[in-house]
Design a protein. Structure first.
Length: 329
């Protein structure tokens, strides 16, 4: 009979603009329990905190949570992970320079670790997921925004305060459209989910082209979404395919820069539209010949994340594990 796992589970929390995911994760990266509750992001700081408490309480009431001794928390935006402060996040306006880790720790009497969701997702994929056989990983999440995480020599690189790896706001065209972050031409403005839908709407408004996109959107530009563009492309619609190819071309420019800067062992892509954009991988590979000067860039695997949308939640737990435990094989 195999020995029982003596390591207590970690309570992991992933906070987004509309939901709080919470669960229990063991030291081998297995999600033992998972729950979701609504997030109150646009009211007061206290109401936002109470929404997080509600999600944590649901997990703590489960019998598997009796041995919990630590909480890991993943959030979007700019994080001072050293001090446990959420500096700011566009989709969590209730908190600004907010001591989130301290407030959760004070309430539950457990140590709390706080990290950016791109960083935590990278940590999970590096320790237990698609990148577990590699030392240097570049993680990308493609969804409502674009986030990144960097693992160097099996260590999370999060910068001086924890705010590093904001790769989604790397500019690829300084004359480009203004990003919500305030910069111009960020990759997020070209290749995120909303960017794909926005480009499709723009193309449809500029030309009198019959497209399956409009048919699927009930002839309403306002109803055009990334999902609809994807469905239209699968049906063979030429405009939908062009829109996705343009996003892939922008990703190629950006990934070429990332490869030249980091030369990772592997690139892992997760998030809500990861599968959609990885269908463009042959085109991206072809374009990288132009946008990366690294003569061996084709040797770097580009793969889909193992944990999918749960990567950040698993990574929140990984924040609480010592390196010796996290990278044991």
């Amino acid at each position: 009979m195999p020995a029982a796992n003596k390591n207590p589970p970690i309570l992991a929390v992933d906070i987004g603009g509309t939901k709080v995911a919470a669960g229990l994760v063991d030291s081998h990266g297995e999600l033992l329990l998972n729950t979701r509750t609504p997030m109150v992001a646009k009211d007061t700081a206290e109401q936002g905190l109470q929404a997080v408490f509600h999600a944590i309480d649901k997990v703590l009431h489960h019998r598997l949570a009796k041995k919990v001794r630590a909480i890991g928390v993943s959030v979007p935006g700019w994080v001072d992970s050293q001090k446990g402060i959420l500096v700011g996040a566009a989709n969590l306006p209730c908190w600004k320079n907010y001591p989130l880790a301290k407030n959760i720790s004070r309430h539950y009497k457990f140590p709390v670790k706080l990290g950016n969701d791109g960083n935590t997702a990278a940590l999970a994929e590096a320790a237990w997921g698609a990148g577990k056989s590699y030392k240097n990983i570049f993680y990308v999440t493609l969804g409502t925004g674009i986030g990144t995480g960097i693992i160097l020599n099996r260590r999370l690189y999060d910068g001086r305060t924890g705010a590093a790896s904001e790769g989604g706001h790397v500019t690829i065209d300084f004359r480009g459209p203004e990003c919500p972050c305030g910069k111009r031409g960020c990759i997020e403005i070209y290749a995120s989910g909303p960017a794909i839908a926005r480009r499709a709407r723009q193309r449809l408004s500029e030309q009198a082209t019959r497209s399956a996109i409009l048919q699927l959107a009930n002839n309403s530009l306002d109803h055009v979404s990334t999902e609809i563009v994807s469905k239209a492309a699968k049906s063979g619609d030429s405009l939908a395919r062009e829109v996705l190819e343009e996003s892939a071309d922008h990703l190629s420019i950006w990934l070429g820069n990332m490869i030249d800067l980091l030369e990772p062992d592997i690139i892992v892509i997760g998030g809500g539209i990861a599968h959609l954009m990885l269908q463009q991988l042959p085109r991206i590979r072809q374009q990288l010949t132009q946008w990366s000067i690294n003569p061996r860039h084709q040797e770097i695997p580009i793969v889909e994340a193992h944990y999918g949308p749960e990567s950040a939640l698993l990574g929140a737990a990984a924040l609480c594990l010592p390196a010796s435990r996290l990278w044991e094989r």
